[in-house]
Write a protein that binds this ligand. Structure first.
Ligand SMILES: *Cc1c(COP(=O)(O)O)cnc(C)c1O
Length: 382
């Protein structure tokens, strides 16, 4: 029996083993150590920011990033409705309220015109907007050329949720570098992993220093455990940073591998009516996840039907994120909505995209997709 093909499994091997073992043998097991500092330096260099702070998750990075730009109780934060729940949860942790904004149907990224409208309306109502949190959905950067001036004009700081986007760019500039501060994730399913981890990246070294302080229980630098702020136990361990350093060495190769998969899906679906790939319109994404969007009227089948077919072949797929304004936990939250995220949720399907998938697994996925497409539309690539 063939093993299940997963969506985006961790891609680790001998290099990760050697880095991790070296860290273990160095004696720098916990909490901090030279690999932690080196990992921060190397990621900051890659993203093009002056500094970085490594933490235990992307969610923790978002939380500290929001605190860092002064978000707190009584404020509103604009969050895309099409995202992973952590983006909205981090806002709630600060005591602020998320207000959801719908997306651009081409790539699922936040609808910039709607952000402008929301900022305008909320200002007219005397609401305090503490931040805008664009999410680089599935590894495609938001159109920052359009978004940043809109936020700057309203005087609202941008916190970039680049959890999915390390290695992607917009007009040559790396994901993570666009806001006052950015948040990365190294969760097990992300483009690189520390098994669990995250990072704040920013040019604002004072913001980063304060985030580092809050991440270590806000311990004042005295021996007797003095505290002036409520802190958190959010720091990444030195061992996991070592794992991250090995992954970072392989980042470009892993992105290249994901792009090979994406290109094969693109070729297979090109002649299929009513099907398109989501995002990465100009080829500058990191191909973290490849999703298709199916117009059931044109295609004659639904995205979910293909998902069921692939499940029968031991192949994992997922719908695109369920919009936050449809989540029971955010029932009653305000939204600036067009229906675009709802349609992507109804018609999108995320396909196995991981760099750890070997050629045989990829062939198996493509054969199963082709079998379905042939049976349901009669139009195939070969
Ligand atoms: C994964 C993810 C997060 C959270 O990262 P964790 O490391 O899992 O806490 C936040 N935002 C988005 C968009 C994500 O995809």
């Amino acid at each position: 029996m063939n093993r299940t093909v997963h969506l985006s499994p961790p891609d680790v091997g001998p290099l990760e083993e050697s880095y991790l073992l070296a860290a273990l043998r160095s004696g720098w097991v916990a909490p901090v150590g030279p690999d932690l500092e080196a990992f921060e330096r190397e990621v900051a260099e890659r993203v093009g920011t002056r500094g970085a702070v490594a933490v235990s998750s992307g969610t923790a990075a978002l939380h500290l990033a929001l605190l860092g730009v002064g978000v707190g109780p009584g404020q509103i934060v604009l969050v895309p409705t099409l995202t992973f729940v952590a983006t909205a949860n981090a806002v709630v942790y600060t005591g602020a309220r998320p207000v959801f904004v719908d997306c651009d149907p081409r790539n699922g990224n936040v609808d910039v015109a709607l952000v402008a409208e929301a900022l305008h309306r909320l200002r007219a109502e005397n609401e305090r907007v503490g931040a805008v949190v664009p999410v680089d959905m599935f590894g495609t950067c938001v159109d920052y050329t359009a978004l940043l001036p809109v936020c700057a004009e309203a005087g609202v700081p941008v916190v970039e949720d680049a959890a999915e986007a390390l290695g992607a760019t917009h007009r040559g500039r790396p994901a993570g570098s666009f806001g006052r501060v950015g948040a990365l994730s190294f969760n097990g399913n992300k483009i690189i992993t520390t098994s669990g981890g995250g990072m704040l990246v920013s040019d604002d070294t004072a913001l980063l220093a304060h985030a580092r302080h809050l991440a270590t229980q806000a311990r004042e630098p005295v021996p007797h455990y003095e505290h002036r702020h409520i802190g958190y136990n959010y720091r990444l361990s030195n061992l996991l940073a070592a794992l991250g350093r090995a992954q970072l060495v392989r980042l470009d190769a892993m992105i290249a591998r994901r792009r090979v998969l994406r290109d094969r899906y693109a070729k297979l679906f090109a002649p299929v009516p009513g099907v398109r790939l989501l995002g990465d319109e100009d080829g500058t994404g990191n191909c973290w996840l490849t999703s298709i969007v199916v117009d059931p009227g044109q295609a004659g089948w639904r995205a979910a039907d293909l998902g069921t077919h692939l499940a029968g072949h031991g192949i994992e797929t997922r719908p695109v994120w369920k919009p936050m304004h449809r989540q029971p936990v955010f029932a009653g939250a305000r939204g600036f909505l067009t229906g675009a995220a709802e349609r992507l949720f109804a018609n999108g399907l995320t396909l196995p995209s991981g760099s750890a998938l070997d050629d045989m697994q990829v062939d198996r996925v493509l054969a199963a997709v082709e079998e379905f497409v042939t049976a349901h539309t009669g139009a195939t690539a070969a």
